[in-house]
Design a protein around this ligand. Structure first.
Ligand code: FEO
Length: 385
């Protein structure tokens, strides 16, 4: 995909990155990603909305050349993170007449992150409009749809919302528009879980605002453009709601089989009682899949052996991620094993710190579990259900 016309005077000019494997050097990208940049041409002026990751600057420049863009009046920055802002310095160098349009918070961040000179900026307020000549850009502050400076840009005449990270997905597909299939929605859910979930209450508020706006299209800065925005808006409404699904996630790791025996017994007990359970062995689990499951699940059970004096590092890593992602999980239980001592449970609880969930009494076993330990796991299953 090089350039792609969305409606008359509006083009996608971004870059696909299908072979990128990690985001932030931690988030797995099974479908790669894309950086969406949009060009809006009015009768008088032309604006670029966001840019691309620095690794893809050449593609963005080539796309502008393909469209014959020899003048840019404005570069709009909806979000200062470098996967969208990283090519701004090059674009400003190539188009010295262009003004960099953003809100004051984003301006400060761009100056700090990319050393952009202050005299290139034109700051805008919430609700301010800019008429390019039959194409009016309206700027809407939308903090915490990833960072504190994020904003939307709404193209009034065409009823298109450029939503930066919100409603996005790490999904590198050649087609411009979202397909009406599970894979597309799964990619969006994975993205929501990893990027948006920590800011759920903000995202919920912005979802309601966008629903009220009733855009004809939503054009995020990653992944496909939503031509039927109802699909992603309804999904966001469900994901950000306070409702949980009756699902229990059991995430565990085992070194010498004790914790695995406990996990297997607990899962079996839950299943026998008709409970829906999702199991993640942390040795091989895709943390994106786990994050997706956390969007809806009411309960998380974490199992770990004691590694030296604390949890196994993979269990600690997952607990730390869960604490940062802040899912709406209502209940958490911890189980595991030890050989000679340690503070595994205390450390896991500290890692989970930010969660507003009830933490049940842990079950800790010295060495291999005994009959009484299996009975305790049966009782835990009852409590969890
Ligand atoms: Fe896609 Fe928060 O950057």
């Amino acid at each position: 995909m090089s350039v792609n016309e969305i409606v008359e005077g509006v083009w996608w000019v971004g870059a696909l990155h299908p072979d990128r494997k990690l985001f932030d050097e931690i988030i797995p990208l099974p479908d790669g990603t894309s950086y969406n940049t949009y060009l809006v041409r009015g009768s008088r002026q032309t604006a670029l909305i966001d840019t691309v990751d620095p690794a893809k600057t050449g593609e963005l420049v080539a796309n502008l050349k393909e469209l014959g863009v020899d003048r840019l009046d404005f570069v709009v920055s909806n979000h200062a993170e470098q996967d969208h802002s990283g090519s701004i310095p090059k674009i400003l160098e190539l188009f010295p007449e262009a003004r960099l349009v953003t809100n004051p918070t984003c301006k400060k961040m761009l100056m700090d992150l990319l050393h952009i000179e202050e005299d290139r900026f034109q700051t805008v307020k919430d609700g301010e409009e800019m008429d390019l000549g039959g194409k009016t850009l309206k700027f809407m502050l939308a903090p915490w749809v990833h960072w504190p400076e994020t904003m939307f840009t709404f193209l009034v005449e065409d009823n298109i919302l450029f939503s930066c990270d919100m409603f996005g997905s790490h999904f590198s597909q050649k087609a411009l528009y979202s397909q009406d299939d599970d894979r597309t929605l799964d990619a969006a859910k994975r993205y929501y879980a990893e990027i948006m979930m920590p800011f759920r209450m903000w995202v919920k508020k912005h979802t309601a605002t966008v629903k009220g706006l009733a855009p004809a299209m939503i054009a995020p800065s990653h992944g496909p453009v939503w031509k039927s925005p109802g699909i992603i808006l309804d999904a966001y409404e469900a994901w950000t709601s306070d409702e949980t699904k009756d699902e229990i996630l059991v995430a565990y790791i085992s070194m010498h089989n004790s914790t695995k025996l406990m996990a297997d017994h607990l899962v079996q007990a839950l299943k026998e009682k008709g409970q829906k359970v999702k199991i993640f062995n942390l040795v091989e689990a895709d943390i994106g899949e786990l994050a997706m499951a956390l969007v809806d699940a009411k309960t998380l059970v974490l199992g770990s052996p004691t590694f030296l004096t604390g949890p196994h590092p993979l269990a600690g890593h997952v607990a730390g991620l869960v604490g940062m992602l802040k899912p709406k999980t209502r209940k958490i239980a911890v189980f595991g094993s030890y050989g000679w001592g340690g503070r595994m449970v205390e450390q896991l609880k500290a890692d989970l710190g930010g969660l507003n969930a009830e933490i049940l009494e842990p079950i800790l076993v010295k060495g291999l579990p005994r009959e009484a330990d299996f009975k305790a796991l049966d009782e835990l299953a009852d409590k969890l259900i």
